[in-house]
Ligand binder design. Structure first.
Ligand code: ATP
Length: 497
């Protein structure tokens, strides 16, 4: 671990009372060290008030036998400083190496991924000159919980977990972000026409919380059409808030259609911790050649400065950077005959930005911002616990014969408490009673035992039912208890029910 203070040059011009903020920095692999050097050089010249602690994570650490890619002393530094500026790393090929990004995200509780996707026409050619979108993606839940089970010969399940506090946090974050940054509209994207409970809750919370922000225009789109529109007409969007998997996909779509993948940074924000990085990888093909564009990491560092209350420095750098771009001083990746005037290497690009500190762009929209502390803190709404009643159970069975009538005839004799067999589905589609013979069936069956009138039963009744079924050879591979919450069913109907 090594330490350095960046603010030494800048101290004389520092406003009284402004604090030097300790941060942790990783120099990464591939082009990481070059773009980090360039970025820190610009931050220093602009007067960022930072105390830098450098730590090693990534390839070297993985190859030393640490499968997490992050050693204990790095955790100590993070624990202390709570802010990480991270250069891209290389994860060695082969099984057994855990993704460092997923680990950091989960361990540090970084619930919000914030990715601005902006175009810089005509200086960086793009098909979408008016694109300026910020994608705010839930970062911890959804299918990324990684809870997967093989349940039968034919069927494997992956659990999609969506929590109310997790959804509320990201939606509130999006609204607060929009307000703080003068954004006009938020689009929420879900697939609640299909996932009525999980995505349905997300959409419902968006509508509910949105009422507290009447100053911001609000709309909802089903994710498939939303993604298509984003790809075709990104200028229609301002801020987008969505669940983890959809957010992962649409942030790559947005970055790609912007034509500025190499220029994009992203922030991962939690209650206490935050991580800032470029969206590109470690680009080993151009490592060590002074060719890499440091802009993605630089723009991520500007998100960091804003987050720690040094928006004044961020604005100054952003304007110098915009000026450099519009003067045509470009690294190889964005060099083009029409708009570029000078092809420069990584460090020369940084020097060009430094030379323009204090200047504003003439054509591109200048950044405005202040020194206010822009850390967004979320307070969740307190909600009373609902009255939860057990009204049934879905028992999942492997049944290789694939003869649903036989299965139903066996199972309908078994009752417990107020529960009786009301439905059998296969891959979610109702196949009994009154199934359609055309429905393709696997060996994985869901048998719903429920009170038709939602009259509660006891947990003991569920155990008795499972015990009785096991005696006749129906061994459950999984069960889901059916509850009502304040009388509202907490489960969906079968498709076709
Ligand atoms: P990863 O899986 O880590 O994302 P990748 O190889 O899929 O790695 P990148 O490392 O982002 O993706 O590289 C993709 C391409 O973009 C490479 O040709 C690389 O040289 C180029 N590239 C990535 N980042 C930069 C950069 N900052 N400046 C210039 N070119 C870059």
């Amino acid at each position: 671990m090594s330490q350095a203070t960046l603010s030494s040059n800048a101290r004389p011009s520092m406003p009284a009372g402004t604090q030097v903020v300790p941060i942790t920095v990783t120099h990464g692999d591939g082009i990481g060290p070059e773009i980090m050097t360039a970025t820190l050089k610009i931050l220093q010249a602009a007067g960022a008030r930072l105390q830098i602690e450098s730590i090693d994570v990534g390839e070297k650490v993985y190859l030393s036998g640490n499968t997490s890619g992050i050693p204990p002393e790095a955790w100590e530094s993070l624990q202390k400083n709570k802010i990480l500026l991270k250069a891209p790393i290389t994860t060695p090929q082969g099984a057994g190496y855990k993704s460092l990004n997923v680990t950091l995200r989960k361990v540090l509780g970084l619930y919000a991924n914030v990715r601005p996707c902006v175009t810089y026409p005509p200086f960086v050619p793009t098909a979408h000159p008016a694109m300026d979108v910020v994608i705010i993606r839930e970062n911890e839940e959804d299918l990324y919980a990684g809870i997967e089970h093989r349940q039968t010969d034919e069927v494997i399940q992956c659990l999609k977990l969506v929590s109310r506090p997790g959804s509320e946090k990201i939606i509130r974050y999006a609204f607060e972000f929009a307000r703080l940054h003068g954004r006009k509209k938020i689009t929420c994207m879900t697939k609640d026409n299909i996932m009525k409970q999980t995505d349905g809750m997300f959409h419902k919370l968006f509508r509910e919380i949105g009422q507290e922000y009447p100053d911001i225009q609000q709309e909802h789109m089903i994710i498939d059409i939303g993604a298509a529109r984003l790809a075709a007409q990104p200028e229609l969007f301002d801020v987008i808030v969505t669940l983890n998997l959809y957010g992962d996909i649409i942030s790559d779509i947005a970055a790609e259609v912007s034509g500025s993948v190499g220029l994009a940074g992203s922030a991962n924000i939690g209650e206490d911790f935050a991580l800032f990085e470029a969206i590109h990888g470690s680009a080993p093909d151009i490592a060590g050649q002074d060719k890499a564009n440091p802009s993605g990491l630089l723009l991520a560092a500007l998100q960091m400065l804003t987050h720690i209350g040094q928006g004044d420095v961020a604005t100054k750098i952003q304007n110098a950077w915009l000026r450099t771009i519009e003067e045509g001083i470009h690294t190889t990746d964005i060099f083009n005959e029409n708009c570029s005037t000078q092809k420069v290497g990584t460090q020369a690009f940084a020097d060009a930005v430094i030379a323009r500190l204090g200047q504003s762009p003439k054509f591109l929209k200048p950044a405005v911002g202040g020194q206010k502390n822009e850390r967004i803190s979320i307070k969740l709404k307190e909600r009373p616990l609902a009255k939860k009643e057990l009204v049934g159970v879905d028992i999942f069975l492997q049944f290789n014969e694939k003869d649903v009538e036989k299965m139903a005839n066996d199972l309908k004799h078994y009752k417990a408490g107020n529960m009786e067999l009301t439905m059998i589905t296969n891959r979610g589609v109702k196949v009994w009673p009154n199934g359609n013979p055309a429905t393709f069936c696997t060996d994985h069956w869901r048998c719903r035992f429920k009170s038709p009138d939602l009259i509660p039963s006891e947990f003991q009744d569920v155990l008795n039912l499972m015990f009785k079924l096991s005696l006749v050879g129906y061994h459950a591979i999984k069960m889901e208890i059916l509850y009502t919450f304040d009388g509202e069913p907490g489960f969906t109907l079968g498709q076709g029910q």
